[in-house]
Write a protein that binds this ligand. Sequence first.
Ligand code: NAP
Length: 513
Amino acid sequence: MPEPSGNSHDAADISVDVLIVGAGFSGICMGIKLLEAGVKNFLIIEKSEDLGGTWYENRYPGCACDVPAHLYSFSFDRNPNWTRMFAGQQEIWQYLKSCVERYGLGPYLRFKTRFCEAAWDEAAGHWRIATSHVSRDNGNFSKTVRIRARVLISGMGALHVPHYPEIPGIERFCGPSFHSAAWPSEVDLGAKTVAVIGTGASAIQFIPHIAPRAGKLYIFQRTPPWIVPRLDFGIPEKWRERFRRMPGLTWIIRKFLFFALEWRVLSFLGDRVVRGHVEKIARNHLESSVSDPRLRAALTPRYQIGCKRILLSDDFYPAFRRRNVELVTDRIAEIRERSVVTQDSVERPVDVLIYGTGFHVTEQFIGMKLFGRGGLEIHDAWRNGLSAYLGVSVSGFPNFFILLGPNTGLGHNSVVLMIEAQVRYVIKCLRLMRERNIGAMEVRAESQQHFAANLRDHMARTVWQSGGCRSWYQDTHTGENTALWPGSVIDYMRKMRSVAASEYVLRPAPPTG
Ligand code: NAP
């Protein structure tokens, strides 16, 4: 099989051992670990023109991670140079770029290549994948590139397809409008009337940054989020110098941060004492930041803390002290050419409309097709909700692994830990296939069902199901949480430590030649 030819865009038909879709944290981690395992015939395709995934695409002002950088990074590539406790988008993106360089992953990346469709070829024992390649001339995806791969790995993550609200008239708006994940490089907000729809993790980060620039800022809130102090701070150069000199220090910090965050899972799993403690922190934060009782009441959540993602911010509440910032809690009834109308019939003129309305999280493979064994399409396999054994393997789809798949997101700790556990697991699967000369490896339907039933049992006791809210964690049809892992990271890592071959159907490789 030919070695992947880097970013030469001429190849029309490529054959690789492993195809990874997505060059974000997951895809990059997978690529690094494949190289370490001696697998060199692989390719990472990425629809954008650069690597980084969510940390490349989300470039709104104030975009940063709400997990401390020393933990939101690879355990095998600790960075002594983080300049802030909570790193910003640029710094995280640069970190990922430097990882790619350090581990020599560049030649394996193929940008502007969108995964469209894949079908498992049972007889040949490989995936036939159709991708479309962006044309340089008009920016549209046009040229089809076909790829054959023995193993297909999705590193697409869940936060990459922007969700726009279904509000009547949304298409009529004439002024500039954009989603937080598609922030234009140049947008003039100076003295303009700006409307932001949504008060989720992204919106509360960019609102404090645009408030001083806008003439008037309307914030349309549907559900107030629970917010705790962020307590961000710059890491002084003398500390960074110490980290460089004594790498063990970053290991200690990482361990400390891990355990400091890990206990918070108890509040999601039903521990009322821990939940009460976190809620008290959030209430005190709101009370000390907002003195107007009416505004405070409007910003107070009416569901149990943790039911939706708990947000971190020191500057969102203070933004309301500005005279040009107004919170609107009436539901939006309609969007017109130059205004937003709420259900109380108030029409507010608007120049710029910004959607902070999140992503399609529980509808993975949106706009794509994946045909497994016997032509089973993944959307059909998932018609009753997303499900994957250990979050990585799906019955009916041999030699296919998902990174950050169903029920492996986190609300309390660094998701990079989950990615690493999954990547180690996939490497073990590949090793098992090689050692036993396996051509196809597919999780048994009963193993997946047993895992899913267990997961549902655990989920039933969590605040996500009983906390009195509707969140993006939940499947839009069934209401079940298909996004988060209902346990600790330690528990998940333990489950991922080894591959139970008995949970898989292993088919021998066809004779070569
Ligand atoms: P989000 O948390 O899903 O928030 C979407 C917001 O839009 C919510 O306030 C939602 O209100 C509102 N909304 C949706 N549809 C609406 C409608 N039709 N009318 C009015 N309001 C509507 O999305 P996000 O802020 O983009 O964040 C998504 C996820 O990205 C986060 O939870 C997090 O996992 C990730 N993220 C992470 C970081 C980080 O630092 N690690 C930073 C940013 C984002 P309701 O609550 O009523 O639905």
